[in-house]
Design a protein. Structure first.
Length: 103
């Protein structure tokens, strides 16, 4: 488990993050320029890594011919000049961590 700071809405929020943690969010394929109605609601995704410059997330979605495909996207990107401070990627909207680790 790693303690990081997340910059969102001009405030810094402390958070614990670990590989395998579950998160729900709205995926915007074209970032902030995504047309209305093209958003994809992701009910359950898991964090791939907890270290590095970019923290990624993975989830299952329907692809061509209703086959399940694994989708990957950056979740958090490190901010310059701030140690252990991240911001949510432009493709992620309304994030919500849905599972807490029971230690």
């Amino acid at each position: 488990m790693r303690r990081i700071k997340i910059f969102i809405d001009n405030t810094i929020i402390p958070a614990d993050i670990y590989a395998g943690q579950k998160i729900a969010f709205i995926f915007l394929p074209a970032g902030r320029q995504t047309a209305q109605g093209r958003e994809q609601v992701v009910h359950q995704a898991s964090v791939e890594n907890e270290n590095g410059r970019v923290i990624n997330v993975t989830w299952q979605a329907k692809g061509w011919f209703n086959r399940l495909v694994t989708r990957h996207s950056p979740l958090l990107r490190r901010m310059l000049g701030q140690p252990d401070t991240y911001r949510f990627d432009d493709n992620i909207a309304s994030p919500e961590f849905i599972q807490e680790r029971a230690d």
